[in-house]
Design a protein around this ligand. Structure first.
Ligand SMILES: [Ca+2]
Length: 331
């Protein structure tokens, strides 16, 4: 009888044989296999448990976290699951949040973005086509907020912004100013390799799994809850983090200030990289900026909309947000 079940569900028992799923399958699961049909929930859970064990052994906190979440949605949060949670929590892998001390009591917060695949672009505008599949192969940390004026000042010693407020995003910074800021920051806080987001990373992080105009859907009424844009009619940028974050915990991706990216602007995505890297071959001398600003219409703050300012342009609507590679961050 048991042999028959082994033949029928070879993968389940293969996992048990190599000892990866023994703990999980002990007790009621195996007992029920021997008597009647295997528990369908446990059949689904067994390969997840195997992958969870593998991820824990590899100290891969991202994958382990994903597997744990899937398992917890499937089976009761009993003592066994609590032990798994504890083991995943204890992994020395990348933290889901990273706070970097810039000195002088000023900090910068980052949120971990998992690797994945998404459809980049849209059919709304020619320069957002063709819509194509892009794979972000490596996890990275994305700034939870736009770089603020106090953060800029802490590194650069000055504040070029027009709308002065330490918690506001820095503005009136061009692409070259931002590059200089990154160089100084990397000197002051070594080992992190702070950089611009690539355009693909930016859109991936902005969408946070969504496929609509905005991270939450298509409604301009709802947009007001997420973004400072022209529809709020305030006529100025605002302190970061006051609107709702997207599903991955990132604030002001839509609106407030445009965010400079690494990429050179190209008129379409024809020939663009699909691995999430920056496109810095050919194209124009303009750089890409994303997300629109407090002065942008609803269409310009869409996830896929592409700004293309000249790299030397300083405006009261241009700021930035930083990325830190996970490998560098765990050093
Ligand atoms: Ca923004």
């Amino acid at each position: 009888m048991l042999h028959k079940h082994i033949m029928k569900y070879p993968s389940l028992f293969a996992g048990a044989r190599v000892g990866l799923a023994v703990v999980a399958l002990s007790g009621f699961a195996l007992a029920s296999q021997a008597q009647t049909k295997p528990d369908p929930v446990m059949l689904k859970a067994a390969p997840l448990i195997t992958r969870l064990e593998t991820a824990i052994a590899a100290k891969d906190k991202f994958v382990a976290g994903d597997m744990l979440a899937e398992l917890e949605a499937l089976i009761p949060k009993d003592a066994r699951m609590a032990r798994f949670r504890e083991r995943v929590g204890g992994l020395p892998g990348p933290k889901m949040n990273l706070t970097v001390d810039l000195g002088g009591g000023v900090k910068m917060e980052f949120v971990a973005v998992r690797p994945g695949t998404f459809m980049m672009g849209s059919t709304r505008s020619d320069n957002e086509k063709p819509v194509r599949e892009v794979t972000i192969a490596k996890p990275f940390y994305m700034g939870k907020h736009e770089v603020t004026q106090e953060q800029w000042e802490q590194i650069m010693g000055d504040n070029p912004s027009y709308f002065k407020d330490p918690k506001n995003p820095v503005e009136q910074v061009n692409w070259e100013d931002c590059r200089d800021f990154l160089a100084k920051l990397n000197k002051k806080v070594p080992g992190r390799a702070f950089r611009f987001p690539t355009e693909a990373e930016w859109e991936y992080a902005c969408r946070a799994g969504s496929t609509n105009d905005y991270c939450f859907g298509n409604s301009e009424t709802v947009l007001r809850e997420y973004a400072w844009y022209i529809g709020n009619e305030t006529g100025r940028p605002h302190a970061v983090g006051q609107k709702k974050p997207n599903a991955w915990g990132l604030y002001d991706m839509h609106g407030n200030v445009w965010e400079w990216c690494q990429d050179f602007y190209h008129g379409t995505y024809e020939g663009a990289p699909t691995d999430g890297s920056a496109w810095i071959e050919g194209g124009t001398t303009n750089r890409v900026a994303r997300g629109g600003s407090w002065y942008s219409s609803a269409s310009y703050v869409r996830s896929a909309y592409r700004g293309r300012p000249a790299l030397g342009y300083r405006g009261v609507v241009y700021g930035l947000r930083l990325v830190v590679p996970v490998g560098a961050a765990s050093r």
